[in-house]
Design a protein around this ligand. Structure first.
Ligand code: SF4
Ligand code: MG
Length: 327
């Protein structure tokens, strides 16, 4: 399939009173048409900031994209005007978040919120937009769509609200759907239903999905490809089968061995010894070196490059580099 999105050496920084946080630190990867790519990692690893950079929804200040490129169908999004970007957002690229309640407007009906992008982006008439909204509500598996159309967000359950968010996101038939922890706030049964729905959408409409999650169960169920992030960097990239069959980076190996803590709402969960490093003023070294049982001298002084192996699987780790082996 054709490449749809490409991050090239993206750098997104945040100024804090303690110093500069390189939340996204030289990140490159791409997403092909119709593919589900999961970005996985712990809280604060830069996965949400990567997505928000693509949407150009980084709050500035304190945040700023300071380097790199983000291509969407060959166009560098960072060079688009605000106006062109807002035409793309919600139309070609749509996003759903963890907490649908905070993204839905409590004072407007569901109908108004689903029809809004149709009126704005597709210039539909009220009548056409309503018909399309009813179709969309039905598509996301909610019975009695006419009634829901006239309901307010607080009248719906959490699972239903997330379905509505998906309906809104899909209203203009986007080429890319970004989903940031879309099921984290939901209970397990509803979570499974929402994931089923997203898989179904992907198959029927060939929508590419960039799914951000800390949950390896979600990765196993949803992903075609996986990007693992740690402290602002991509440290491993592989197909989902490869990643689970043969994780190569010691951090990924740890993730796969670790048992998640049973607290669905928290993003902190792995029992890998040690702490995620202080994100301020990270040195030019392997950011995982404090926690790595294979740490060598070179790991403390030099950042390992992200490199493709013969099979296309990528890792940023000195264990797989001649330079590292020579130590
Ligand atoms: Fe461990 Fe070194 Fe590889 Fe980092 S580069 S993960 S410290 S072996
Ligand atoms: Mg996040």
């Amino acid at each position: 399939a054709k490449e749809l999105v490409a991050f090239r050496n993206l750098e997104t920084h945040f100024k804090t009173s303690a110093g500069t946080v390189k939340a996204v630190n030289d990140v490159s990867f791409s997403i092909r048409e119709g593919e589900t790519l999961c970005v996985v990692g712990e809280s604060g690893c830069g996965k949400s900031v990567t997505a928000m950079s693509l949407m150009q929804l980084i709050e500035s200040p304190p945040g700023k994209i300071v380097g790199g490129e983000i291509f969407f169908e060959g166009k560098d999004l960072l060079k688009l005007s605000k106006k062109d970007m807002s035409r793309l957002r919600g139309k070609e690229i749509a996003m759903i978040f963890q907490e649908p309640m905070s993204s839905l407007n409590p004072v407007f009906t569901i109908g108004k919120q689903i029809t809004e992008p149709l009126l704005y982006h597709l210039n539909m008439t009220q009548k056409e937009a309503k018909a399309r909204a009813i179709e969309l509500i039905t598509m996301v598996g909610i019975p009695r769509p006419e009634k829901i159309f006239h309901s307010y967000p607080h009248e719906l359950s959490g699972g239903m609200r997330q379905r509505i968010m998906i309906a809104i996101a899909l209203s203009c038939d986007p080429k890319l759907l970004i989903a940031d922890e879309p099921t984290t706030a939901l209970d397990v049964t509803i979570q499974a239903q929402i994931l089923d729905l997203m898989r179904d959408i992907k198959t029927k409409r060939n929508t590419a999905i960039m799914m951000i999650t800390h949950d390896l169960g979600v990765v196993a169920e949803m992903a075609d490809f996986v990007v693992v992030m740690y402290a602002g960097k991509v440290i491993e990239e592989a197909s989902v089968l490869e990643l689970f069959r043969e994780p190569r980076h010691p951090y990924t190996q740890g993730l796969l061995k670790a048992k998640p803590v049973i607290n669905q709402r928290k993003e902190r969960l792995y029992s890998i010894p040690g702490q995620v490093p202080n994100p301020v003023d990270l040195g030019e070294n392997c950011h995982f070196h404090d926690r790595c049982e294979f740490c060598m001298e070179i790991c403390k002084t030099k950042a390992p490059p992200l490199r493709a192996h013969i099979d296309g699987h990528k890792t940023a780790c000195w264990l797989y580099e001649e330079e590292g082996k020579a130590q």
